[in-house]
Design a protein around this ligand. Structure first.
Ligand SMILES: [Fe+2]
Ligand SMILES: [Fe+2]
Length: 227
């Protein structure tokens, strides 16, 4: 898989994965593509990430070479979401460079520390809705908290000059990206509907706040006691 230009200064790095069960449960017969995005201003940010298995991080690093980004030039690592299919690559990445700042929601930073045991060499920036980071060169990132899409720590990132939204799992879909059709307006409505429905079914329905879930269960889902 190759990198692709999204718009001026923004690139998608992508790795395809087949023959896996999503969350260890859900078959995804057309595979899935895990995507990471580079925003190049005067400084470079990488937004969202990929899993840590099957050589996927190395696929990502090769694509950095393709777009002329030295891994050590990455100044910000924006973690929209900490689920391992988005964050597992960090274990490989942090061995290669430590000169970056980790950007996530406050909850996301707690999860990152718990998962990956960052030591004192690493810097963290907790962001909330409305916070920005100016990369220079006309590129500016704006953050929005979108909790429970579909873990509680999730944020979306918006590049203001190009009006590019990087929404994490909010508008994703299953299905490995075809090399010759990397954008969704190149797919048929039928292809889109199938992929989106499956993602919605597997990521939205299990992530409501627990208080709501337990209330629902007590009303309708728990088995009745026989008397
Ligand atoms: Fe997720
Ligand atoms: Fe995801």
């Amino acid at each position: 898989m190759h990198s692709s230009l999204v718009t001026d200064g923004i690139y998608r790095l992508s790795a395809k994965v087949h023959n896996i069960l999503f969350e260890g449960v859900w078959p995804i017969p057309h595979g899935v593509s895990m995507n990471s995005y580079i925003v190049k201003g005067d400084e470079v940010a990488i937004i969202d990430g990929v899993c840590g298995w099957d050589g996927v991080p190395e696929t990502l690093f090769r694509q950095l070479d393709d777009i002329g980004v030295d891994i050590k030039d990455i100044r910000y690592v924006v973690l929209n979401h900490l689920e391992p299919d988005h964050s597992g690559w960090l274990q490989s990445f942090m061995k290669l460079t430590q000169g970056f700042e980790i950007v996530a929601s406050a909850k996301g930073i707690d999860v990152a520390k718990a998962f990956y045991g960052f030591d004192e060499r690493f810097r963290f920036r907790a962001v909330k809705s409305g916070d920005t980071i100016d990369l220079g060169g006309g590129k500016k990132l704006l953050f929005e908290e979108i909790p429970n899409v579909h873990w509680p720590e999730t944020i979306a990132t918006y590049e203001m000059s190009s009006k590019t939204l990087l929404p994490c799992d909010a508008f994703g879909s299953f299905g490995a990206i075809a090399e010759d059709a990397p954008f969704d307006d190149q797919l048929s409505e039928k292809q889109l509907a199938f992929s989106r429905a499956r993602l919605c079914a597997t990521t939205r329905t299990s992530s409501r706040p627990s208080r709501f879930r337990s209330k629902r269960r007590s009303r309708s889902s728990l088995p009745s006691r026989s008397r």
